[in-house]
Design a protein around this ligand. Structure first.
Ligand code: C5P
Length: 233
């Protein structure tokens, strides 16, 4: 069973460290996103690695294929375990991202590469209005998932609501990494397609990503344990 990935959405490394101190566990799975990475950069990744954590660097690259490939060469040299792009960047961009990771990691282990299908903060109505995609949201997610698979990536970022349909459309080993996770008693915040850890497991999610349900909890260690229990059953 994979560990819940904790989204370290903090404005500084000192706040991140203070938070991690409250969790008495080694070898956590953590996610570093734009907020923290843009401020603290590679040295933060180096430190987290030394502490033995599994690191998902969530920068959601989306640019022309050559730029994404070059960026991925650099990211893979940081020794992170998982990185991502937006599937909307296209199959060629995704294949170039993969090529960059393979070049950058050389004989070392290549980070997993996944693609964001539709953000879990996007509703079907917003997708139609903002992106001009006039299908159902699930059809868009499945379309992006198939393109991601064809480009040779390891999986997608999606809502756990979509995980079982994605696995059926691709295969069982295709990773479904699912943010938008909330306990029944939590606030939904800006997320639209939310799922509990237990439902995420039942729906076939491969990894769950949890931010505010842990980071904003009064007792983060207790919240983490509750989530692990629900996720692992
Ligand atoms: O606090 P919360 O649990 O909503 O955090 C979810 C995390 O997952 C955030 O860091 C967000 O950037 C990320 N994420 C997401 N939806 C995606 C991809 C990533 O919420 N589709």
């Amino acid at each position: 069973m994979t560990k819940p990935i904790i989204a370290l959405d903090f404005p500084s490394y000192s706040q991140t460290k203070a938070f991690l101190k409250q969790l008495p566990y080694k070898n956590l799975a953590v996610k570093v996103g734009m907020e923290l990475f843009y401020l603290e950069g590679p040295h933060l990744i180096e430190d987290l690695k030394q502490q033995g954590h599994f690191i998902f660097l969530d920068l959601k690259l989306h640019d022309i294929p050559n730029t994404v490939k070059s960026a991925m060469i650099g990211l893979s040299r940081m020794g992170v375990d998982m990185v991502n792009v937006h599937a909307a960047g296209g199959k060629q961009m995704m294949a170039s991202a993969l090529e960059g990771l393979e070049i950058g990691s050389g004989s070392a282990h290549r980070p997993k590469l996944i693609a964001v299908t539709q953000l879990t903060s996007t509703s079907e109505q917003e997708m139609r209005q903002d992106q001009g995609i006039q299908t159902r949201l699930i059809d868009s997610v499945l379309h992006y998932s198939k393109r991601t698979k064809e480009a040779g990536l390891d999986g997608v970022v999606c809502s756990a609501l979509e995980a079982s349909a994605i696995k059926q459309a691709t295969n069982e080993s295709f990773l479904c990494v699912t943010p938008g996770i909330r306990l029944k008693t939590d606030s939904q915040d800006d997320q639209k397609r939310v799922v509990t850890p237990a439902s995420a497991r039942e729906n076939g999610a491969s990894w769950i990503v949890v931010g505010r349900s842990i980071t904003k909890a009064k007792d983060p260690a207790k919240a983490y344990e509750t989530i692990v229990k629900e996720w692992e059953k």
